[in-house]
Design a binder for this molecule. Sequence first.
Ligand code: HEC
Length: 379
Amino acid sequence: MNEKILYGYSALFDKPNDVLKAAKSIAEKGFEKYDVNTPYPLHGMNKAMKLKPSKLGYVSLIVGLSGALAAILTMWWMNAVDYPIVYGGKPYFSFPAYIPVVFEVTVLSASIATVLTMLFIFFKFPNNSHPLQGTDYLKQVSSDKYGIIILADDKKFNEEEIESLFKELNAVTISPIYWDNEEINHKHKIFEPKFVIFLIAVAILNSGAVYFVYNKLLYMQPFNWMMNQQRQNVQQKSLIYSDGFGMRKPVEGTIARGHLPYQFVGNPDLAGEKLINPIPVSKASLKLGQEKFDTYCSPCHDYHGTGQSRLRGQFPNPPSLHSDKVRNWSDGRIFAVITEGQNVMPSYSTQLTEDERWAVINYIRVLQRAMNAKESDLK
Ligand code: HEC
């Protein structure tokens, strides 16, 4: 194939005003497939060429919003539907915690979509050749000339007419531009094995060099005075104490300030007899009790105390809290169970303060009354 295929007709102008005027009259004549090339952006060119705003923004908007929606749905599905876990009594679907992720995913998807759309749809990647590449025209317009090219596939394309139009518009050079035959018949050069291997080699060399320089050659320990100080780590042996244990227990008989030790260890019935609930029933204490019950007790005892555990058999189901036994227990007796645990149920004395334990008991009483409502309660 030696026949040349015409790509378009190009004209070069000396002055920016000339090319602006030319672009304007070409647009007015109804040409659609033409382009202007200038060494720097010209004010008013968009208007002269009657260019519409780029559609790329819509792609960014739609993909960005879809990314945000996908992030919200994913987190909602994972946290509220598929694997709900109570974190510190917060709701499963807790939007404030999702904002950073939603923001990041929105920005990430919008920017990736923008770049990929630009590359693959607007620039027709992997094609990286263009008939203007290497032409004298392109050299001139990247130096000090202003060019216009009308493409051969424009509906109104006609060589003679365009030539006379360009002359009329004060063009200094007018020349046809042809497709490069070799370029047309060649597969995408970007996939040539030599080039691909070269790219991979550059990537490996670069990352290796960066790794070496930053992690070996120039490595500086950040805050080394903290990293290298003497200290006793958890579970580590100590040379100071004769028993060799690094983790020490408080001296026997230690009593924390403002705290009386529990006096009924191993004797829940006595606790039931002697202890009196000091927390009055109020809206606030019931709310606190409900919060703590839902967080610490409901995984096993269920939100209503029925004993239908959410642990799906991974821990023995507890008995109902609505049995006559528990309903007839005094508050102090239940306090003993929460404080010391009972058989397989562990103690909750480290998770709940004493006041919180009493508030939980008040709330259990509410559940019990609700489940065994009397005629008079309904009035
Ligand atoms: C890890 C699961 C689990 C959690 C969490 C749990 N319990 Fe229990 N609870 C049990 C089991 C199992 C039993 C039955 C123990 C036994 O065999 O005596 C039980 C027994 C009880 C009993 C005695 C019931 C009876 O009939 O003897 C009370 C009262 C009780 N729990 C209250 C609570 C409260 C209040 C909380 C929250 C602070 C709580 N439990 C948290 C598993 C749990």
